[in-house]
Design a protein around this ligand. Structure first.
Ligand code: ADP
Ligand code: MG
Length: 377
């Protein structure tokens, strides 16, 4: 379908089609920029890129979200901080590749996606990773998924101007079907942890609260800075280096406003360790770890909101094994672990609670651990 749209927009066929998934992070939130651990899965939902190289240095970008419109940029003139809107994400990838010394030129690119944007499921990383994978393939670049993830992160940090960690891009590039990805953000070491909710009689629900966060505002940057200040005051390279056994003593050495941040990061790294322990043997035991993670994000890190809290409380009261907000926070989505027989009841309870509170109806989907970025054809 979209190959035909591509022909209509650009007047020739694409050279190929690439896809990169959105993600749900099971546990390990706000830990990546503290050199810590996380445990995302890739979603079935992907951003797809159809692309064809151009030899005139022009980057022409279109999205099925903005039908009939083409953004035209000169790759040699790309500079961070412009007003390209959504096109800044793919343009940033091309800019990051060129800055890293890869002599890539222009292209025609069409984007289509079923990852909801701004729902905390990382459509931005999926968009970057789809374009990065397409470009690497089209130009025969010898770049592995880690290097592409880092370039995609650099595009978002430096070109778009969002100070995100590396977890979203690593998840979109490196996840495998049937597994969660254990990520060590310090050295980007990864481990596939087999996770098949269906085989264990479980369902992972993703509830989109429809509250759209904006990580571009100062809140995320302020949290990052707070964590970095705390690590510096403790004489540590990063908060990942603070052992749980030393947490209480360390808190006593910090100003009051930094203590909850540090408590969240250290206990969250520990919850990732616990989650890896239970995931293969007894995945239902992940439930309480999720709920504890949510309490920490709500009470210590303070990045939840009324809607995400309502989903978690309602889901757990209706019989879910556990639930937590996922992604940066201030809205977005909630991941719920529930036994198969209880899933419909939990979904109904959440929908009813939203209606009673006067909130927009939530979007509720089942998540299946899926594969990372790849060429489709
Ligand atoms: P999230 O990554 O959680 O979905 P972000 O705010 O980081 O939220 O990224 C969302 C932005 O990514 C959108 O505002 C838009 O600029 C861009 N984007 C995502 N999907 C598409 C798409 N299909 N077409 C064009 N732009 C998209
Ligand atoms: Mg994003």
């Amino acid at each position: 379908m979209s190959a035909a749209v591509f022909r209509g927009l650009f007047g020739h066929d694409p050279e190929g089609e690439w896809a990169a998934p959105g993600r749900v992070n099971l546990i390990g939130e706000h830990t990546d920029y503290n050199d810590g651990f996380s445990l995302p899965i890739a979603l079935e939902q992907t951003v797809r890129a159809w692309a064809r190289r151009r030899d005139d240095g022009l980057l022409r970008l279109a999205s099925t979200r903005t039908p009939g419109r083409v953004v035209e940029l000169d790759v040699a003139a790309l500079v961070p901080g412009g007003d390209e809107g959504w096109a800044a994400y793919p343009a940033g990838v091309v800019w990051a590749l060129r800055r890293a010394g890869h002599a890539v030129g222009g292209a025609d690119v069409l984007i289509d996606s079923d990852v909801p944007a701004g729902a905390g499921l990382s459509s931005s990383a999926a968009l970057e990773c789809a374009v990065a994978t397409a470009y690497a393939d089209l130009h025969g670049l010898a770049l592995g998924p880690r290097e592409l993830a880092l370039l995609a992160q650099r595009a978002e940090n430096e070109f778009v101007g969002v100070p995100c960690g590396v977890m979203d891009q690593m998840a979109s590039m490196c996840c495998r079907a049937g597994s969660a990805l254990h990520l060590d953000a310090r050295d980007l070491a990864t481990r596939d942890i087999p996770f098949d909710p269906g085989a264990a009689g479980l369902v992972l629900l993703v509830v989109d609260t429809r509250v759209h966060h904006d990580l571009g505002d100062g809140a995320y940057a302020a949290l990052r800075t707070g964590c970095e200040r705390a690590a510096a005051l403790l004489g540590l390279p990063a908060l990942r280096d603070l052992a749980p056994a030393d947490l209480d003593a360390a808190l006593g050495r910090l100003p009051a406003e930094l203590r909850p941040l540090v408590r969240h990061v250290v206990t969250e790294d520990e919850r990732v360790r616990q989650a890896v322990d239970v995931l293969e043997k007894d995945p239902a035991a992940l439930g309480p770890i999720l709920t504890a993670g949510h309490a920490s994000l709500r009470d210590d890190y303070r990045v939840s909101c009324a809607e995400t809290d309502l989903v978690v409380t309602t889901a757990v009261a209706a019989g879910a094994l556990g639930a937590r907000m996922t992604g940066g926070g201030f809205g977005g989505s909630v991941v719920v672990l529930v036994e198969q027989g209880a899933a419909a009841g939990v979904a109904e309870a959440v929908t009813a609670a939203f209606a009673a509170a006067g909130h927009t109806a939530p979007g509720i989907h089942t998540a299946t651990p899926s594969r990372g970025a790849h060429r489709v054809r």
